[in-house]
Ligand binder design. Structure first.
Ligand SMILES: Cc1cc2nc3c(=O)[nH]c(=O)nc-3n(C[C@H](O)[C@H](O)[C@H](O)COP(=O)(O)OP(=O)(O)OC[C@H]3O[C@@H](n4cnc5c(N)ncnc54)[C@H](O)[C@@H]3O)c2cc1C
Length: 277
């Protein structure tokens, strides 16, 4: 399948959207034999996928967005593996059916797994649950010779020799076309809650510094802009567990955030912030 991405430019470049790994490999081998360079996309959420013409970049675009096969999902072994075109939202929905989750939450739910690995993204869970490099346990990709490389596997401890899985994290599409990824996953946290505070630019950084120095066991922490001018910040800190644990953490948090903070359980709405958490 091809999709035109630069209709007004000449000559026109069509984005190749392979429907299988074999198709992708054949296309890469053809580019290699014709000495043509390629540019890899997922769903383009990072904004690096603007239309290009051959005259501008000389690259042939390819997207892994249609590679969507699910290889395995083993809640008992805490692992899941699927093709790189699955999006973060699709994967989280699948895992949620068994009360499991991927620890990495990107800004854009439409981010493909290949794009997430390639850009080494991290989300608010990184503080307590680790980043992408802590979750990725296996990878399959087509390298610059058109070879299909498989590294890592289905188990968490699997490395002998060079760690090619980690080498592919953050390569921004420069080392190969990722076709499949295997992740370590985690059960849902128990009864998630969060405390929020709307504050100014100076104070939120002080608050984060205090949270870190007090080593409060948070699940996540996130600051988002709360005004069009960008001078107000909504700072959120997530925690979970049984009522005793939550009450202890909430008290410590309130000590840092002060009286103007407000608490929400997962799924609750706030009058001021209807879309949170
Ligand atoms: C430097 C950088 C840092 C970022 N940090 C964060 C962050 O911390 N948190 C966050 O939520 N978002 C972050 N983003 C945005 C994030 O990259 C995207 O929203 C998302 O991860 C990309 O998914 P996508 O499918 O839209 O990929 P695209 O936007 O299409 O591509 C993103 C990058 O991944 C490469 N790529 C895509 N698919 C593949 C593949 N199959 N094989 C090999 N390479 C591929 C592309 O070449 C490109 O370099 C960051 C973006 C960049 C460029």
């Amino acid at each position: 399948m091809t999709r035109t991405v630069a209709e007004n430019a000449a000559p026109t470049v069509s984005e190749f959207v392979p429907q299988s790994v074999e198709q992708a490999r054949e296309w890469v081998l053809e580019r290699i034999s014709l000495e043509q360079s390629i540019r890899i996309h997922g769903n383009g959420t990072s904004g690096h996928s603007d239309p290009i013409s051959l005259e501008e970049g000389g690259c042939f675009p390819v997207s892994s967005q249609d590679l969507k096969t699910i290889h395995f999902f083993d809640p008992d072994d805490l692992v899941a593996g699927m093709q790189a075109g699955q999006t973060a939202a699709e994967m989280q929905q699948l895992l949620a059916q068994k009360k499991m989750q991927l620890m990495v939450n990107p800004w854009y739910p439409d981010s493909t797994l290949g794009g997430m690995v390639s850009a080494n993204i991290s989300g608010p869970n990184r503080m307590n649950m680790g980043g992408l490099r802590d979750s990725l346990i296996g990878i399959e990709y087509i390298n610059g010779r058109g070879e299909l490389v498989k590294a890592g596997g289905k188990v968490v401890k699997n490395v002998t020799g060079y760690d090619l899985t980690r080498m592919m994290i953050g390569h921004l599409g420069g080392l190969g076309l990722i076709t499949s990824v295997n992740f370590k996953i985690q059960p849902f946290v128990i009864d998630p809650h969060a405390l929020f505070l709307e504050t100014d630019l100076q104070n939120w950084q002080n608050a984060v510094g205090l949270l870190q120095s007090r080593r409060i066991p948070l699940d996540w922490i996130q600051a988002v802009s709360a005004s069009a001018e960008g001078n107000r910040i909504l700072l959120g800190a997530g925690f979970s567990g049984n009522p005793e644990r939550r009450s202890r953490i909430a008290n410590e948090l309130q000590d840092v955030f002060g009286e103007k903070s407000f608490m929400l359980a997962d799924g609750d709405d706030s009058p001021e912030w209807p879309c949170l958490p």
